[in-house]
Design a protein around this ligand. Structure first.
Ligand code: OKP
Ligand code: ZN
Length: 343
């Protein structure tokens, strides 16, 4: 299996985030991707390649054009105010407040986000853009007949919606790649999100569409981030009704419980008749993850990969979360190795 990766991710390095009321160093840090890359190399998973540049057009196929232009130009506007520290949003419209787009950068940061977990520095846009190109490049391997590819994306993407960022995510890499598969001839694509957190952005992007089946296994939003989406009764809307599946699980869920949800999700995917599968691969379900509450262990990720392989679908793995940095490489590559052992 080929891995796509760009060093550009290192240009993005947020200083701080709020966690349980405390300002803390960002959990989403450059060493995460470095550790996964190191494991890809040391296990001999396959060649590592730099991404091609597909430009902004495939990004704007799923994201609002003004939102993308805002992200691209935000740092220059921030810096023009004499600010050199991280850019962060501050205010959001609650119920009944008219959500008109303000004119200044501070107001627009709130307009185009749903939380404050999105620090940006001078190099962030380049990292965000390259992360999307990594996903697009890996997707292109499937389009030319490869059975699998790994997009080692950073920053991650599954919380980013049509016109908003949030939760360490700016552009939705998995959604951009999914749309590119469809534009390249796939008729139907399934997205399986195994990150600990609900993929609210991916759900948002495809909620009204029957050509993308979205399934997410995650911590119950009654108790876990992103707090406002991920309930089992969110089933899609309009033409998309019936093509969205959420599996909220209780804190403490281990492989026995988690794999029951996986089995159901795989059954649904098998019945859908997809031409390809995109996996939003977060490994923050790991027992030692510092911001999550599931109890998966490293060997469980081998089983996860094997069971995903049983679908027999061309599969694109897109890196999302995972914050136990010491084990992130072992766990992520275990999924890929498990998959490869069955194909
Ligand atoms: C991004 B991805 C919990 C804090 C949660 C945001 C988490 C973003 C996760 N105390 N903060 O889905 O891994
Ligand atoms: Zn996560």
């Amino acid at each position: 299996m080929q891995t796509f990766y760009s060093d550009d991710h290192r240009l993005h390095h947020g200083q701080a985030e709020l966690n349980n009321g405390q300002l803390m160093p960002c959990f989403e840090k450059p060493s995460r991707a470095d550790m996964v890359l190191e494991r890809v190399r040391s296990t001999g998973l396959g060649p590592v390649q730099a991404p091609e540049d597909f430009g902004l057009a495939p990004i704007k196929r799923v994201h609002d054009s003004q939102f993308v232009d805002f992200l691209k130009g935000a740092w220059a506007r921030w810096a023009a105010l004499g600010r050199s520290h991280d850019m962060l949003p501050l205010a959001w419209p609650p119920r009944r407040m008219p959500a008109r787009c303000p004119e200044d950068i501070d107001g627009q940061l709130g307009y185009y986000s749903f939380d404050a977990g999105v620090p940006m520095n001078a190099g962030s846009w380049q990292a965000i853009y390259s992360s999307a190109q990594v996903a697009l490049s890996a997707q292109a391997r499937l389009a030319t007949g490869d059975q699998a590819a790994f997009a080692l994306c950073r920053p991650p993407g599954h919380h980013a919606g049509i016109d908003y960022m949030g939760g360490y995510c700016y552009l939705n890499n998995a959604a951009i790649a999914t749309q590119a598969l469809l534009d390249g001839g796939a008729r139907k694509v399934a997205i399986l999100d195994v990150d600990f957190h609900h993929g609210n952005g991916t759900q948002d992007i495809f909620y009204q569409r029957p050509d993308v089946l979205f399934l997410s296994i995650h911590g119950d939003p009654r108790h876990e981030y992103p707090c406002f989406a991920g309930y089992a009764d969110e089933r899609g809307e309009g033409a998309g009704l019936g093509y969205n599946y959420n599996y909220p699980l209780a804190a403490g869920s281990d492989w026995t419980r988690w794999s029951q949800a996986l089995a159901d999700a795989l059954r649904v995917i098998a019945g859908y008749g997809a031409d390809a599968l995109v996996v939003s691969l977060g490994v923050d379900t790991y027992k030692q993850d510092p911001i999550s509450s599931f109890k998966l262990d490293s060997p469980d990720y081998l089983r996860m990969g094997e069971q995903i392989a049983s679908l027999g679908l061309p599969s694109l793995f897109v890196m999302e979360g995972g914050y136990a940095v010491e084990e992130i490489g072992i766990n992520a590559v275990n999924v890929l190795s498990g998959f490869s052992s069955r194909r």
